[in-house]
Design a protein around this ligand. Structure first.
Ligand code: PLP
Length: 404
């Protein structure tokens, strides 16, 4: 059976060059980078080199990179680290309703512990108006934490505008760029970003490594207390192999991004057009232009998303749905709900997230396989037959509305 992977926002395969770069640090170069003897020297040097490479991708200084274990840790360190240190000056945090749970959960935790958190709305295309950020600022605002690109829709927020607003008000600005890095150019200086989270496994490095950019002068209270590693900002013996991998992945991303993303966006558009031409009642979720080149979120109305995924899986296609199974029930995606998308459409959404390994053949296979699956599922839906039977009284004006 074919195996087609269209779930790269969940995780990516490790790039062969990344694997080659990291392997020595799982074998002969096993030393502790803090050791002053021979065994520690190469691992220390390898970490320093990786730090330079990550910094280059973001246009910052190597000393401003803190290695972490994942994106979630980076988000926790940025948000709790600033909130804790600045709480005497102000306990107000601004974020959005569509953040990843790593940010939402951290903000909700702080809200339960004496912080005042504003969760901003987005519009029906999932876009955030920077003016809403400006209006939410109070004299007590100590942190703005707003994602770079959304993991479900790919929508890219106006980060440079938000950075400018934060700077004007002297407020620390953190962005979760886990889904933006490697897909979109990021310049932390130009964008006035103070803190930025990265995750290795979304950019062809393995799971278990990430990084937080912290602008020089931005102080953080550590989340992991202990050793002196990472300039006392993150205790724990470094994951040398993972860090080397992340450095290599950032180096490759910096080199290949422009060409690779052009290629991937072409495949994504082919998939979008192919599916929307062949299947009726398809709703596009997100912003038609301001989105990452690899992400496509569609609702196949009158077909249930999880069942679609299972059927796609049976054909060897891996994608993801907008619903999450919580306590035995299917919860609609908080992102799609925040965009005002009706519950039924949320439940019928599928996210396709493409990657460097995909080919035109993969896309054409999905375009061939998915329409009959949707048709079969709809044939079992009484609502669909009622609607199509009547044919006229329910219109789907937003369906098929996205054109490039
Ligand atoms: N932030 C975003 C936007 C993500 O998509 C993810 C993972 O899906 C994370 C944070 C968490 O990253 P990690 O899996 O490395 O903890």
């Amino acid at each position: 059976m074919k195996r087609i992977y269209l779930d790269n926002n969940a995780t990516t395969p490790v790039h062969p060059e990344v694997l080659d770069a990291m392997l020595p640090y799982l074998k002969d170069e096993f030393g502790n980078p803090s050791s002053i003897h021979w065994a520690g020297r190469h691992p220390r040097k390898a970490i320093d080199d990786a730090r330079e490479k990550v910094a280059r991708l973001l246009n910052c200084d190597a000393s401003e990179i803190i290695f972490t274990s994942c994106g979630s840790e980076g988000d926790n360190l940025a948000i709790k680290g600033v909130a804790e240190l600045k709480k005497d000056k102000g306990n107000h945090i601004i974020t959005t309703k569509v953040e990843h749970p790593a940010v939402l959960g951290t903000c909700k935790y702080l809200a339960k512990n004496g912080f005042d958190v504003t969760f901003l709305d987005v519009d029906s295309q999932g876009m955030l108006d920077p003016d809403h950020v400006r209006k939410a600022i109070t004299s007590k605002t100590s942190l703005i934490t707003i994602m770079f690109a959304n993991n479900e829709t790919g929508v890219i927020f106006p980060i440079e505008d938000i950075g400018k607003i934060a700077k004007e008000h002297n407020i620390t600005f953190h962005t979760d760029a886990v889904q933006g890095a490697g897909k979109v150019l990021i310049d932390v200086k130009k964008m006035n970003i103070d803190l930025l989270t990265l995750s290795g496994h979304k950019i062809y490095a393995p799971k278990g490594v990430g990084a937080l950019y912290a602008k020089r002068g931005v102080r953080l209270s550590p989340v992991i207390h202990g050793g002196h590693q990472e300039r006392n900002r993150r205790g724990g013996t470094e994951n040398v192999a993972g860090i080397v991998a992340l450095g290599k992945a950032c180096e490759i991303a910096a080199m290949d991004m422009a060409e690779e993303m052009k290629y991937i966006a072409g495949l994504r558009d082919r998939l979008q057009e192919g599916l929307m031409q062949r299947i009726s009642h398809v709703r596009f979720n997100g912003h038609p232009v301001k989105r990452t080149p690899n992400t496509l979120n569609l609702s196949f109305e009158f077909a249930e998303g999880e069942s679609l995924l299972l059927n796609l899986d049976m054909k060897g296609i891996a994608a993801s749905s907008g619903s999450a199974c919580t306590s035995g029930t299917l919860e609609p995606s908080h992102v799609l709900v925040a965009m005002g998308i009706p519950l039924e459409a949320s439940h019928s959404s599928v996210r396709f997230s493409l990657g460097r390994g995909n080919t035109v053949g993969d896309i054409d296979y999905v375009i061939e396989v998915l329409p009959p699956i949707v048709e079969r599922m709809r044939s079992m839906s009484p609502l669909y037959s009622t609607v199509t039977g009547k044919g006229t009284d329910i219109t789907f004006s937003e369906s098929n509305s996205c054109s490039h």
